[in-house]
Design a protein around this ligand. Structure first.
Ligand code: BG6
Length: 503
């Protein structure tokens, strides 16, 4: 994570899936924001690739209209022209290696000549994952994937990266038949979020937190990624994935590793990722009995989100009427190392929950009570640090203070740091940093093969048990609530409770 502010290397970004949702909502606005802040090189071009047969002119018009729609307050006219001048398109059948990939090669030749760009390419695969290996292989077969000393070729893959350990291993192996690991950038958009990147700065750039960041002081950690939305238009994918696959091996385990890892020796990509990988290896595997005690699944029924009555999961578009797919998952993870022994990490994620809120709660142990025996205080407030990831980014320190008055009494108070108040609004899609890092060759915020596989290794036993024992009580939580009762019970059995953020 080098803090360089240099302009990225001259290059061409080739987007497979250029007419899709991700391109219009995230990638194009992110490129725009990078260009606005002078992070994109002057010698830069975009080549869109899709199944649709469009001319470059038609694609340019789409790009302009997407930027107008997705740049808050509208894009700058001069910058729009800049994008128009360097945007191209070619379309066709992804299975046909001769025609489409030959066209891409010819177009790249023209584009690099016209803009005097050296042959640095990065290919963004915003396609269904079953095409990753095939498309990569065709790119390489057509002479576009091999690096030489002077020119780089990089490949970004969107999630999901596999659907279990075996398929992730196969995908990694298939990609390595065509390209090298150092060319592979497996994206997890959670690592593009400012507050997520701030975890390392907060922990290791301050001297007061790290000494207490361990089992001697911390009682447990809670990580919540709660969404208000349901499955929206993604029923086709989601019903065969489920909440566990969709969120835990990737986004949530990234949050676990950043919270739990040891200080790396430097911010060089492999130093950081080595420490993250060690945490993944230290997470204790679930036995089938553990799954029954330490994993909870749920599916939303109908309910109310605010004032709006919403349908249950089984009535959503493209969802099987008797679907047994979970839309909520909670796990109790144990990290078996010196720092974290006996400190559970409770993680949960769900759709159609009471509010949209993602946070990491570091719950400290309670102070000894004896001094307060003869006061009106019945129980001491515990301390916690809450790292708010979204929607309101910030950090809260929760502690007890004396309530003013002649008797000793204690109240819980919060000290809040709010990103918005302090730094003002930062317009970001979360993809800017990741695209930029790929262009400068910094893979710190991308997942390495061993990390992806370790993530699946952790969740695979849960998937196995859940598949073998289909849930009998679905739907088991109403939309607009904090998930199934069993998830509360899991913490109550340990004498703890989830910290639910107010709407
Ligand atoms: C995606 C999941 O990776 O992350 C979605 O596939 C989920 O189901 C989304 O809604 C959440 O991302 P964010 O940035 O809105 O928290």
């Amino acid at each position: 994570m080098s803090e360089s502010t240099k302009t990225a290397d001259p290059c061409v970004m080739v987007i497979f899936g250029a007419t899709g949702d991700l391109t219009k909502r995230k990638l194009l606005p992110a490129l725009y924001n990078l260009a606005k802040d002078d992070f994109l090189p002057h010698k830069f071009a975009i080549v869109g690739v899709g199944r649709q047969e469009l001319s470059s002119e038609e694609f340019k018009a789409q790009v302009v209209s997407h930027l107008k729609e997705f740049i808050p307050n509208g894009p700058d006219e001069k910058l729009l022209r800049w994008f128009e001048e360097r945007t191209y398109y070619t379309g066709g059948d992804f299975d046909d290696d001769k025609k489409l990939f030959g066209d891409i090669r010819a177009l790249l030749g023209d584009v690099t000549a016209a803009h005097q760009i050296p042959d640095n390419y990065f290919f963004y695969l915003a396609t269904p994952p079953n095409l990753f290996a095939n498309v990569t292989q065709k790119i390489v077969k057509n002479g576009l994937g091999k690096e030489d000393g002077e020119h780089w070729r990089r490949f970004i893959y969107e999630k999901p990266f596999g659907r279990d350990l075996a398929s992730a291993q196969k995908l990694n192996a298939d990609l390595l038949k065509s390209i090298k690991e150092r060319q592979i950038y497996r994206i997890d958009h959670y690592l593009g979020k400012e507050t997520v990147q701030n975890i390392l700065v907060f922990r290791f750039g301050n001297s007061i937190f790290e000494p207490i960041w361990n089992r001697n002081f911390i009682d447990h950690v809670q990580i919540t990624v709660a969404e208000k939305l349901g499955v929206e238009q993604r029923g086709g994918y989601y019903d065969s994935a489920g909440a566990l696959r969709d969120m835990i091996p990737n986004h949530i385990l990234q949050l676990v590793t950043l919270t739990a890892m040891e200080p790396p020796v430097s911010f060089e990509a492999n130093s950081v990722r080595d420490e993250q990988a060690k945490i993944l290896q230290a997470i204790q595997p679930f036995s089938p009995e553990d799954v029954l005690k330490k994993a909870v699944r749920g599916q939303y029924g109908e309910g109310k989100i605010g004032d709006e009555q919403v349908a249950g999961y089984r009535s959503e578009d493209k969802i099987a009427p008797k679907s047994n797919t979970e839309t909520y998952a909670a796990l109790k993870l144990s990290i078996d190392n010196w720092r974290w022994a006996d400190v559970p990490f409770y993680v949960r994620t769900g759709k159609r929950m009471a509010t949209k809120h993602s946070s990491i709660v570091i719950q400290f142990k309670r102070a000894p009570f004896m001094l307060f025996r003869d006061t009106s205080i019945e129980k001491l407030t515990t301390n916690r640090i809450v790292i708010h990831i979204q929607p309101d980014e910030g950090i809260t320190l929760h502690f007890g203070a004396k309530i003013p008055g002649p008797i000793v009494n204690m109240g819980a108070v919060d000290m809040d740091f709010d990103y918005l108040d302090h730094f003002g609004e930062q317009v970001s899609t979360g993809y800017e940093r990741l695209l930029y890092d790929c262009m400068i060759g910094d893979a710190t915020l991308f997942q390495r093969a061993d990390m992806v596989e370790a993530g699946w290794r952790i969740v695979d036993p849960v998937l196995d048990v859940w598949r073998a024992l289909p849930a009998r009580d679905f739907p088991n939580y109403a939309s607009g609530t904090w998930g199934p009762r069993e998830a509360d019970a899991m913490l109550e059995n340990d004498g703890r409770a989830w910290k639910n953020m107010a709407d």
